[in-house]
Design a protein around this ligand. Structure first.
Ligand SMILES: [Zn+2]
Length: 305
């Protein structure tokens, strides 16, 4: 969840014409399965699905009414972004993540209450204006996007850049880049094709972490793969090959079955940890006990949405 988790609170939605798809109330972000999705209209009435509608669904519907360009919304209570909203700090252009927000953030400080009425929702949408993000002081954030991959990426990047800013400030005074540089980096970095790659990576990360249960995967018709974004449904064939007993043993399931089968000894598993490095690279290494190499090639495990 990369900082966005808060028990069963927080929600992601996608607009589909005059309807909105979002998870039901009562489950966490990482627990969402197909049958936990509700379809509601722009008045918040449930049209399809089972389970209670989130109390703050009006946040989403109000923004969709006000912003025809917005097709996906995230509302969460992320750790760093919420802390940032409790200060008079400003998001500074300190790295590539920051320039996604070069046009600034909006702030909503009319109330810290839950947003449950149409009037409150309209008030938040008005505060958002044409920005990507509105920081809801004393509450959390609302992030908008033109697609689901964009909104998820933007929400994760917001939290990441505010974490980096917090760390940077602990080292010393911030040294932001110029507005001109921020504009140049933005144009180079924030393109649809890149977001597609990041989105596909996130999907693989979720699958490795094993959040989506196999039962649910089995129920999915293959046509839903595209509907889920940019084709991120799991490789059913690969899953089918796995003996069920190994699923638990694999934990987060990082290394594919075939690779495990080729490993000469169980001690390699311990040394390699989650097994991030590909086999080819391992084969080139002079020794499995080369701790420096092992450590430097391993990426940190990150939580996923
Ligand atoms: Zn909230």
């Amino acid at each position: 969840m990369q900082g966005h988790g808060d028990y069963t609170l927080g929600h992601v939605s996608v607009r589909d014409g005059d309807t909105v798809i979002m998870k039901r109330n009562g489950i966490g972000l990482e627990e969402v399965t197909d049958d936990a999705l509700l379809t509601i209209d722009l008045d918040g009435n449930r049209l399809a699905g089972n389970g209670p509608v989130h109390l703050e669904s009006v946040l989403h519907t109000s923004v969709y009414r006000a912003r025809p360009d917005v097709h996906a919304v995230v509302h969460t209570h992320p750790l760093y972004s919420t802390a940032f909203g409790a200060t008079d700090a400003k998001l500074e252009m300190i790295n590539h993540d920051a320039v996604l927000f070069y046009d600034g953030l909006a702030y909503f400080d009319k109330t810290a209450e839950l947003i449950m009425t149409p009037e409150q929702g309209e008030s938040v949408a008005a505060a958002l204006g044409q920005k990507r993000v509105v920081i809801m002081r004393g509450h959390g954030v609302l992030v908008t996007g033109k697609t689901l991959p964009w909104v998820v990426y933007t929400a994760l990047t917001l939290e990441r850049v505010l974490q980096i800013q917090s760390i940077a400030r602990s080292f010393g005074e911030l040294t932001p880049m110029s507005d001109e540089m921020a504009s140049t980096v933005y144009q180079d970095k924030y393109r649809d094709e890149f977001i597609g790659n990041y989105w596909n990576y996130l999907i693989r990360e979720v699958e490795r972490a094993g959040y989506a249960p196999d039962d649910e995967r089995a129920r999915r018709p293959s046509a839903t793969k595209d509907a889920e974004g940019v084709g991120h449904a799991p490789d059913d064939d690969e899953r089918a090959r796995r003996p069920s007993a190994t699923k638990d043993a694999e934990g987060a399931g990082y290394a594919p079955e075939d690779e495990r089968a080729r490993r000469p000894s169980a001690t390699k598993d311990a040394a390699e940890g989650a097994g991030y490095a590909p086999d080819d690279e391992r084969a080139r290494r002079p020794s499995a006990t080369n701790g420096e190499v092992e450590r430097s090639t391993r990426a940190p495990v990150r939580e996923v949405v």
